[in-house]
Ligand binder design. Structure first.
Ligand code: AMP
Length: 443
């Protein structure tokens, strides 16, 4: 069947949705998607124990890289929209493959995903499009790196070019440390992802995340967010996948957002179009607000985790229709996504030892049931043979609350967390400290 025929057949149908991924991000997407009454069934490959608590959701155990079996299954299930959560399948071209087989996919092809899967490619892209970012040098030999590191006035930031699960960035304090980090990457610490190293000028300022959902030509913005990457309180300790987040960030005023649109978002969309990249999915801008204005630290080609869990409860039941419009290249561009005027915060409960070694298989006690403005999205959980939810990952649960202000949000989140228990539970108590007036007063 040709792609066009198939597209016209399923235009506006939203009966059967497929989500690919296994974390809190994917559960929060399933949770918001099921609110739309048009949606009858949400399949999730592979999902986790939490997916089973979402009424319309059914987990499928299938290897997404067994392409023939995947297509057979999706045709059998009559899937109307596919949402790909993680960067790995996107960068491997799963979006292209599914689109070529006639499916509507929310998620860019391998070409667009390169914004995340190759930092040097993304930096060159930004230079070509005049998009503000830190100065950079691309190197593939230790001699060349040495020359650049020791001729620059300050220690440079060192990054592995490819996907390294968020572990490929080093912020050294000295030039010797810079060189050591570069050597370890070029010598294979991250395998193929480290064949090229990007050296970057170190820039300063608060970091914010901005999300645009795109249909290849146009885009719509979701609420801004700030996340906490470091393991420990006061934003100290090793980098993690994310220990919590809040949305929106008061740092980005309406007029500053206009500046970001003009200087960063629109030029990015224009450059993608110019390069013949039809980007249908979410474009995540990791920005640093420097004294000379906003600069791009990184692009991601998917929703952030835990930003996604934080933002989804601010969306309404029509959110899925926007994902579908993006997947079909049918945004008008002036639609308004309905967004709650509440604020939202998320705290991640992890297994002790994360982001290094940790034990799994511990039974989770969830405490009493949720209310409307409180969600628990499972991140790393599975079911044991007695059908009980147990820990199975480093980041285990995302506890998310909404209210009229951040003090109330985090009070509720931490109250709930005090009732949740599993062996080795660990979480930061200061998530959102920048926006919690009570937290500041207590300190
Ligand atoms: P990335 O994976 O590129 O987002 O980098 C991870 C973290 O490293 C960012 O969230 C920043 O805190 C920090 N970082 C990355 N690049 C720079 C830079 N050029 N200057 C200062 N900090 C940076």
């Amino acid at each position: 069947m040709s792609a066009n025929l198939n597209n016209s057949k399923i235009l506006n149908k939203l009966d059967n949705i497929l989500i690919i991924g296994s974390g809190g991000r994917e559960n929060s997407l399933a949770w918001i998607i099921e609110k739309n009454e048009l949606v009858k069934k949400i399949y999730i490959i592979p999902g986790n124990a939490g997916s089973e608590k979402i009424k319309k959701c059914k987990r499928i155990n299938l290897d997404i890289y067994d392409k023939k079996e995947l297509i057979n299954k999706l045709q059998f299930l009559d899937i109307n929209l596919i949402v790909i959560g993680p960067e790995d399948p996107l960068s491997k071209g799963l979006g292209d493959y599914l689109r070529d087989n006639g499916f509507n996919v929310f998620g860019p092809g391998a070409d667009g995903a390169k914004l995340e899967s190759s930092k040097s490619w993304a930096k060159e892209f930004m230079n070509e499009g005049n998009i503000p970012t830190a100065k950079f040098w691309k190197v593939n030999s230790i001699d060349k790196a040495k020359e650049i590191i020791f001729s620059s006035p300050d220690p440079l930031v060192v990054k592995a070019d490819g996907l390294a699960s968020g572990k490929g960035v080093f912020i050294p304090n000295s030039k010797d440390e810079c060189l050591e980090a570069t050597k370890s990457i070029l010598n294979g610490k991250f395998g193929d992802a480290g064949q090229i190293v990007v050296l970057e000028e170190k820039i300063q300022g608060p970091e914010v995340s901005v999300f645009a959902i795109c249909d290849g030509k146009r885009y719509l913005l979701l609420p801004t967010a700030q996340d906490h990457k470091r393991l420990n309180e006061n934003d100290e300790g090793p980098n993690t996948g994310g220990m919590g987040a809040y949305s929106p960030t008061p740092l980005i005023t309406k007029s500053y957002l206009e500046r970001i649109k003009k200087e960063i978002i629109q030029p990015t969309i224009d450059r993608l179009i110019n390069k013949n990249i039809e980007y249908r999915g979410v474009l995540y801008f990791g920005l640093m607000i420097t004294q000379s204005g906003p600069k791009v630290i990184e692009y991601n080609c998917r929703f952030g985790d835990p930003e996604c869990q934080t933002i989804m409860p601010l969306m309404d039941k029509d959110f899925v229709t926007f994902l579908q419009k993006c997947a079909m290249g049918k945004l008008i561009g002036n639609e308004e996504i309905k967004i709650s005027n509440k604020v939202s915060g998320c705290v991640i409960a992890t297994s002790r030892g994360y982001p290094n070694d940790y034990k799994t298989g511990f039974k989770i006690k969830f405490g009493e049931t949720d209310n409307e403005d409180l969600q628990i999205f499972d991140s790393g959980t599975s079911l044991n043979k007695n059908n009980e939810t147990v820990t199975s990952g480093g980041r285990v649960l995302s506890i998310v609350c909404q209210d009229s202000d951040f003090d109330k949000v985090f009070e509720k989140a931490y109250q709930k967390l005090s009732k949740i228990d599993f062996e080795g539970i660990f979480y930061r108590k200061d998530i959102g400290h920048q926006v919690r007036t009570k937290y500041k007063k207590e300190r």
